[in-house]
Design a protein around this ligand. Sequence first.
Ligand SMILES: *[C@@H]1O[C@H](CO)[C@@H](O)[C@H](O)[C@H]1NC(C)=O
Ligand SMILES: *[C@@H]1O[C@H](CO)[C@@H](O)[C@H](O)[C@H]1NC(C)=O
Ligand SMILES: *[C@@H]1O[C@H](CO)[C@@H](O)[C@H](O)[C@H]1NC(C)=O
Ligand SMILES: *[C@@H]1O[C@H](CO)[C@@H](O)[C@H](O)[C@H]1NC(C)=O
Ligand SMILES: *[C@@H]1O[C@H](CO)[C@@H](O)[C@H](O)[C@H]1NC(C)=O
Ligand SMILES: *[C@@H]1O[C@H](CO)[C@@H](O)[C@H](O)[C@H]1NC(C)=O
Ligand SMILES: *[C@@H]1O[C@H](CO)[C@@H](O)[C@H](O)[C@H]1NC(C)=O
Ligand SMILES: *[C@@H]1O[C@H](CO)[C@@H](O)[C@H](O)[C@H]1NC(C)=O
Ligand SMILES: *[C@@H]1O[C@H](CO)[C@@H](O)[C@H](O)[C@H]1NC(C)=O
Length: 581
Amino acid sequence: MRKTILLIFLALFEVISAQQNVDKPNIVIIMADDMGFDDVSFRGSNQFLTPNIDALAYSGVILKNLYTPPMCTPSRSALLTGKYPINTGMQHYVIPNDQPWSLPVNETTMAQIFQQNGYYTSIIGKWHLGFSRKGYTPTLRGFDYHFGYLGAYIDYFDHTLYNPNKNFSRGHDFRENLDVSRKYTGTYITDLLTAKAVKIIDDHNINEKPLFLLLNHLAPHAANDDKPLQAPPDEIEKFSYIKDPERRTYAAMMSKLDTSVAHIIEALSKKSILNNTIILFYSDNGGPTVGMHATTASNYPLRGQKNSPWEGALRSSAAIWSPKFEKLGTVWKQRIYVADLLPTLAAAAGIYINESIKLDGVNLWSALKYGYEAVEREIVHNIDDIDNYVSYFKGKWKFINGTTEEGIYDSWLGTRSNHDDEIDNRSKDYENLIRNTTVWHNLYEFNTNNGKASNITELRLDAEVKCQNTSAIEVITCNPLISPCLFDIDEDPCEQNNLYEQFKNSKIVLELLERISYFREHAHEPNNKPADPLCDPKYYEYEWTWWQDVQEGNSAVRSTSISYIIFIILLLNFFSIKFLI
Ligand SMILES: *[C@@H]1O[C@H](CO)[C@@H](O)[C@H](O)[C@H]1NC(C)=O
Ligand SMILES: *[C@@H]1O[C@H](CO)[C@@H](O)[C@H](O)[C@H]1NC(C)=O
Ligand SMILES: *[C@@H]1O[C@H](CO)[C@@H](O)[C@H](O)[C@H]1NC(C)=O
Ligand SMILES: *[C@@H]1O[C@H](CO)[C@@H](O)[C@H](O)[C@H]1NC(C)=O
Ligand SMILES: *[C@@H]1O[C@H](CO)[C@@H](O)[C@H](O)[C@H]1NC(C)=O
Ligand SMILES: *[C@@H]1O[C@H](CO)[C@@H](O)[C@H](O)[C@H]1NC(C)=O
Ligand SMILES: *[C@@H]1O[C@H](CO)[C@@H](O)[C@H](O)[C@H]1NC(C)=O
Ligand SMILES: *[C@@H]1O[C@H](CO)[C@@H](O)[C@H](O)[C@H]1NC(C)=O
Ligand SMILES: *[C@@H]1O[C@H](CO)[C@@H](O)[C@H](O)[C@H]1NC(C)=O
């Protein structure tokens, strides 16, 4: 009898919590990989247009100052943990496919938090937070579903990773959950991931659980060195006016990414859930213009590029949309760090985060919702004692000491084509192009804006970064390999004028150095490990897999039987509840 009452109580509780879930917003994050700051057209470039991403930006809130770590693995770790990479050991470089380490398994991920709070959590596309053990992979780190690849990048068509400078052989890397999936080989990955994300949205039972969808595109990251830039020929043809064939292909890769955004928003609209969804678009870090995995990406007018201490590595082109925002159709200038997204989105969903998790991110939900910009943000971009550099920011002051790659990424590398014959001819009628997108039609209806129509031209001008006019001042250059640099980012977003000598004995700098020492003392040792030759896909049917588990004998079998037992327990529970009611 007592048990019956308990079960009825539990069943009622489920109904009530399902009811509560109805109000929790769906969360859709679309992440670009290595996208240049100037490679979306809402920042002002007309070389090739991204009308759908732009329409999302203008109908939502443009994040003028979203900061990320300078590379893939650290950036993804900061998003998923809400912590600085220095506090999880993820601060140095990335996880190459042949190294046996991961985001530490004792870190709680955003996916776990949302899953525990009633969300269906899915990740489509790239992981890149470790896979040498099965326990490191997404479906064992809080995601209910994964469709994509585990490593750093893959070929856009055959989904293999190959590196001629390494000793391992070419290996396929594409899975659905834990199972290898080769049936999609040959499908252009941006389309493949988009179609899957659309299907997740279409098939989702919104009355059961709110949706958390992280769509981690490969685009526009380089594929393997044998063919780094890849797009379908008909897409490349659309950009035939761009003379540099690499830039032309890159434009086509961006165009495919742009189309993906339209399809996702269309699916949300068809499902009638836009009224309760938050959509975020951003890039994990800046684009690589030169050097490793260079793609012609442009971070114009910012200094530096991916894997450097400069704004070109750290400042992402981003926009967020939610019908709950009071100031849709604005440019938000509040500085925000990617680790702020976990507490911010959790707050949007009314999720309590246990203080024992010790987040570095700050909850900016109410600032974002009401559109105020007054929070002074401190951001430890990185303290990397292996590469020997520091990049740190507080208020408007940015401090850099040391740099990466002997300084080869330290100048202004990105350009903006201003040849009349290299301009997207749709830019002549830019406003109408934007207003004619399905994205605009779907989103703008939520934008009441006190009855005022949005001025797209004005928003676009406001989103653009304007460098300090240095002709009127005496500029002091900065070489962080020789001595530290200090910039006033409000005045000088392009990091042209080094103020360190002028301010080095000031309270500002002394306090800032104290903060850096504090963070250095409390930092987690880097998790990096040397390459393990046993990773080689040739031992595993030319597949990238959790080789450490395979080498140690089949841990796979054990975990499968545990899942069966759990499944049976859940099934029994389910029937007893239904039966009693
Ligand atoms: C995880 O374990 C490492 C090493 O044992 C420890 O330094 C770190 O503080 C732990 N992290 C958490 C979140 O418990
Ligand atoms: C590849 O293997 C050879 C022979 O074992 C070794 O000498 C070389 O250092 C290895 N190269 C790399 C990049 O690991
Ligand atoms: C615009 O450019 C595209 C692609 O280069 C071309 O196919 C099209 O004819 C052009 N349209 C106009 C009106 O010039
Ligand atoms: C969103 O719209 C759908 C369909 O019109 C409606 O059933 C639902 O209650 C709305 N949700 C919210 C949170 O307004
Ligand atoms: C927070 O986490 C700690 C340690 O895991 C646990 O002891 C405590 O009960 C949790 N607090 C709440 C309110 O859930
Ligand atoms: C800058 O870095 C160098 C080399 O690591 C170090 O010796 C120096 O103390 C640093 N300067 C400051 C002001 O932190
Ligand atoms: C608007 O889009 C539709 C279909 O997407 C197209 O047929 C039409 O020509 C476009 N109109 C303008 C003014 O661009
Ligand atoms: C939009 O803003 C631009 C730039 O400030 C201005 O030139 C233009 O007149 C505005 N358009 C409308 C319709 O207000
Ligand atoms: C920059 O400053 C110089 C010197 O004061 C001035 O002549 C020039 O017009 C300014 N340029 C811009 C783009 O404002």
